[in-house]
Design a protein around this ligand. Sequence first.
Ligand code: NAD
Length: 443
Amino acid sequence: MRIAIFGSGYVGLVTGACLADVGHDVICVDVDADKITRLNNGKVPIHEPGLETLIHHNLKTGRLRFTTDAARAVNFGLLQFIAVGTPPDEDGSADLHHVLEVARTIGMHMQDYKIVVNKSTVPVGTAEKVQYAIAETLSARGVEQDFDVCSNPEFLKEGAAIDDFSKGARIVVGTDSERARQAMQECYAPYSRLQNKLIFMDIRSAELTKYAANAMLATKISFINEIAHLAERLGADIEQIRHGIGSDPRIGYHFIYPGCGYGGSCFPKDVQALTRTSRDLGHESHLLKAVETINQRQKGQLFHKLSQAFDHDLRGKNIALWGLAFKPNTDDMREAPSRTLMEALWAAGARVQAYDPEASEECRRLYGQRDDLTLSRRRDEALEGADALVICTEWKEFRAVDFEALRQTLYHPVLVDGRNLFDPDTVKAAGLRYYAIGRGDSL
Ligand code: NAD
């Protein structure tokens, strides 16, 4: 099939590369000319395991191409995917500016029947707005042209995006058109061969399914963090509790890892957007508001623990920080707990010596050159001259640590572990003061 994808970010690039890899003919379009030039030269602007290889391979086969030429993209494919950003507006609702701009672009250039597939995360009712924007543009051109709009929310996770796209549990499609249904079936047939993963539903339900999924996952994280908060004050160990509840198949182990809060480009904005939708309907969602409040508190925990460990005086302290990305295997720092921590440390007069396997460049882009931020190339380099170590992201390379050597390197034997990576007794036996999440210390 011939497919156009608007937006060459995490979702657009992964979708484009994966669909080309199974044999479809794909064109990816973006308004960022610099990004498109780099992509055409085989340079992938984001870190996502496996993506570069996939893009190189499919550029070579000729099934994948990148352009800024929207007219070419619209006339290239029957399927027109929208995978542009939907950042939060000032009031927390999703900003549909980019989505509707793409809709108008499609309407502007459309010469024959198209199926417009919305992959961006958008509030219920957006497909109708997209439909209207296209129809209005067509009418301004004086053109009568049939088209369909459907919803195909994306569930991939950054860091495991290729696998999620190719081997995900389900593919949700919302449509009321038989023609669109058949086309979507054909598009996704390579992923649905062994087991039918396609779930068709009405458009509004598909749009809400995405928010419901993210809100549920965020709720699980805030729930375990709430229990961790209690455990810490009651002298209990959240890791033992996690095993105790996760072993119940009704609960399960997924997404009940306590930590320093969720970040990224999706959970925070999607929970906010759903809260906003709820408020607009005259219903205050106490549950979703609590999920967000708990997460904000949790993101402040690392600073709180560190501050207490240093008697509330962090002026002039050098704090080593391992992990800047909001989670492992990505360079994405959107809403990352590391940012909350760094900004609080700087406000308290401390310096940060950070190491991340992939996100240093992004960190420099966000914060620029400043005296109180050093970006190290190795994890041990970040420890040189440091007073304490804080771990924000559970990258694999942080899992094995020589605690004796760590104690000897740090000026103060303080280790704050935002991801509960270690056994407290082992760390403490090496003479370190260990502050994890919900593990019996009440700092
Ligand atoms: P992103 O910010 O990484 O990429 C968006 C891209 O769209 C940018 O390259 C931007 O230049 C481009 N763009 C903006 N306006 C455009 C236009 N008019 N025409 C063509 N390109 C345009 O965003 P993302 O992380 O890929 O997210 C895209 C959508 O998918 C969002 O709604 C997000 O909520 C959703 N989503 C994201 C993830 C994730 O893990 N990142 C997962 C599932 C769903």
